[in-house]
Design a protein around this ligand. Structure first.
Ligand code: PFF
Length: 457
């Protein structure tokens, strides 16, 4: 069984796949919203600090567990401890990753729809100077329609299904090696366009000039959860991917590279969005509808004098979102697929079918909760918001604290250092620094932010 297990084929493939998991709607859609809501540059600064102090060490911890155990996330922790508190951490990942997948595919479906709307010229034709009302009704009518969002979600889910069913190397790795460089090229082109938008300076100032008076406790907490979400931490994705790593991979270097790529993409997304938003006079705090209402209007208005540029910019932007969503959704898909495949010893294709069936079922409820099932609420939230809230506010930080304590304090130091230094062939400095952060910094910071969210601190 161990010999037959799938693996990645190259180090480049590993970085592209893991960076593909990290770079997603979280960077291009959620990051600008959070930055806009929390005052811009000061938020960006805290976000960067959170990536360095929490993100990189926790990513390394997941890499360590996955590669050491060489099995799916749910079983990986069991190989390092038999105590129920620690051995079940992996289940939080399998459950949390699956829940995120169910609402992620809904938003990814919207993104696909908007890609088509940009290609067929609808977004350009709806533009009215100084007025985003057309885009508002377009989005409102679309998400509340019971059928159309489901159709796009189905297309997206089936794309993921075939990618995952093709296997780790032929599906995930191959596609990531094509999509990630393509995504980067699109990003660079869009940044260049956006920097030439009239009035771009206001957007740059917002993104890079810190105003610490806006840095409330809740802004700091949002920066921490954004870092977790954006780096795909604690939901089993990185642990599962690491179980396919070769024993010669430098995991410290990989964790640093992936975090740098992820942060860079987030900043580049900010560089695309804020200049366009500011030059069109739209409020950067427009919330979740930013990508679907404010941005189509902003892109048209920023390049009003050259309509072909606004057409190309919107098309490229939604293509970027589709690619980013696909590579992240693949990593979420892989977590339950690997678990079902190995736990019940059934073929990968059958395991993928089970995941697809559950994802379509729950994804449908998430999608309908934006319209016909909107009145079905729990704790004042519809099903879609509930899935997001439950995973990002509860499961991610809880699992983060447990992983940091487990790797920092429970697992024997020699086991960690030996695995991370590839059996002593790499210098241990990086591993030691990360262990220090996992022991002393990560649990304290995450616990403090968790308690603050609950209103205890
Ligand atoms: N990191 C992804 C993004 O930024 O869109 C989202 C994500 C993927 C979150 C996987 C959590 C996860 F486990």
């Amino acid at each position: 069984m161990a010999q037959q297990r799938a693996s990645f084929g190259s180090k480049f493939g590993i970085i592209m796949a893991a960076a593909g998991s990290a770079v997603g709607l979280g960077n291009i859609w959620r990051f600008p919203i959070e930055t806009g809501n929390n005052g811009g540059a000061a938020f960006l600064l805290v976000y960067m600090v959170a990536v360095v102090l929490l993100g990189v060490p926790l990513m390394l911890a997941e890499f360590f567990i996955g590669r050491y155990a060489h099995t799916n996330t749910a079983h990986a922790y069991k190989k390092l401890s038999s105590h129920p508190l620690w051995s079940n951490i992996g289940f939080i990942g399998v459950l949390g990753g699956s829940i995120i997948l169910c609402y992620y595919v809904v938003v990814a479906g919207w993104v696909m729809k908007y890609f088509f709307l940009s290609v067929d010229g609808t977004l350009t034709s709806l533009y009215q100077p100084g007025n985003a009302a057309n885009y508002e009704s377009l989005f409102g009518n679309f998400v509340s329609n019971p059928w159309s969002p489901l159709l796009y979600m189905l297309v997206f889910v089936l794309t993921c299904h075939f990618a995952i069913a093709s296997g780790v190397q032929k599906g995930i790795e191959k596609l990531s090696k094509i999509f990630m460089p393509a995504l980067f090229v699109i990003l660079v082109v869009l940044v260049i366009f956006s920097l030439f938008a009239p009035g771009a300076q206001a957007g740059l100032k917002f993104l890079f000039y810190p105003d610490f008076s806006k840095l409330t406790t809740s802004a700091m907490l949002s920066a921490i959860s954004q870092a977790f979400y954006s780096l795909s931490l604690c939901m089993g994705c990185l642990c599962t991917y690491a179980s396919y790593f070769g024993k010669d991979v430098n995991m410290v270097r990989s964790a640093v590279s992936i975090s740098v790529i992820d942060a860079l993409v987030a900043v580049m997304a900010g560089l695309i969005i804020f200049p366009a938003v500011f030059s069109s006079g739209i409020d950067p705090q427009s919330g979740p509808s930013l990508a679907f209402i404010a941005l189509p209007a902003a892109f048209q208005s920023a390049f009003e004098s050259v309509p072909i540029v606004s057409y190309v910019v919107s098309m490229l932007f939604y293509a970027l979102l589709v690619l980013a969503a696909l590579t992240s959704a693949m990593s979420l898909y892989e977590v339950p697929t690997a678990y079902i495949h190995e736990r019940w010893n059934i073929s990968r294709k059958t395991a993928t079918m089970v995941v697809t069936a559950v994802c379509l079922l729950l994804g449908t409820v998430c999608s309908l909760s934006m319209g016909v099932l909107g009145d079905m609420k729990l704790f004042g939230k519809n099903f879609f918001d509930l899935c997001d809230y439950f995973t990002t506010t509860w499961m991610m930080p809880m699992s983060g604290i447990l992983i940091a304590i487990f790797v920092g304090w429970v697992v024997k130091r020699e086991i960690f250092i030996n695995e991370v230094t590839n059996g002593g062939t790499l210098r241990p400095t990086g591993a030691n620094i990360m262990l220090f952060l996992l022991r002393w910094i990560a649990p304290v910071l995450v616990l403090a932010s968790f308690l603050a969210v609950l209103g205890v601190l």
